[in-house]
Write a protein that binds this ligand. Structure first.
Ligand code: ZN
Length: 209
């Protein structure tokens, strides 16, 4: 069954195509089944060109876009939604995450709804903006891109997947906001999670990362 037909079985979700929330739909195996106009606009605002949008056509696995370090977390999160009962009145599964741009600090709330029609199971993922403000307002001071301060012994830079800060090489707890490297990510960047994001975004969910 087409995803949109399944969605139409849930009248409360009729306006999802027009909302400013970034919405996408997944089949049970994690492949992309649907996205709304706001999803396309968000991708464009964040530098996606027509090649990117072509690569991310329906049928692509969303797991291809999730870094390995947090892949099992998202697999568990999506699978937990599939175990929920569609249309149930209880609070849906939610997860907060940070997705900042070089200019703006942004925090989103992901709300996940299970959908079902006969034997087809799917998930509707609604991403609503919780916080959007300049980095100055959040007192994040930009730091200069001085490679010697951040390069590890293996000549790698370590960036947090969520807040996108870079880890200092002489203090594992110090992570800095470096706008130049967010705009134009160095090739030798590896990914991890800073202690703040690990605690703040993942510790309450009950899923391991
Ligand atoms: Zn972080």
């Amino acid at each position: 069954m087409e995803f949109i037909k399944i969605l139409n079985l849930y009248p409360a979700m009729n306006n999802i195509g027009k909302t400013k929330d970034v919405v996408y739909g997944l089949w049970a195996d994690g492949t992309l089944a649907y996205y709304n106009q706001a999803w396309i606009e968000f991708a464009r605002q964040n530098g996606a060109d027509s090649d990117f949008l072509e690569q991310w056509s329906l049928g692509r696995s969303v797991y291809d876009a999730i870094p390995e370090e947090i892949l099992s977390f998202y697999q568990n999160l999506f699978n937990s939604v599939l175990n929920e009962i569609p249309g149930d009145e209880h609070t849906p599964v939610q997860h907060c995450y940070e997705c900042s741009s070089p200019e703006t600090f942004r925090k989103f709330q992901m709300t996940l709804y299970p959908l079902q029609a006969q034997f087809d199971q799917a998930i509707l993922v609604v991403n609503s903006i919780l916080v959007e403000r300049s980095h100055e307002q959040k007192c994040i001071q930009p730091t200069d891109p001085i490679s010697e301060r951040y390069l590890s012994l293996h000549d790698l830079l370590t960036q947090c997947i969520y807040c996108r800060k870079f880890q200092r090489n002489n203090d594992e707890h110090q992570w800095d906001w470096i706008p130049e490297w967010i705009l134009d990510q160095p090739r030798n960047t590896s990914h991890s999670l800073c202690h703040y994001c690990k605690e703040h975004y993942f510790s309450k969910t009950g899923f391991t990362i």
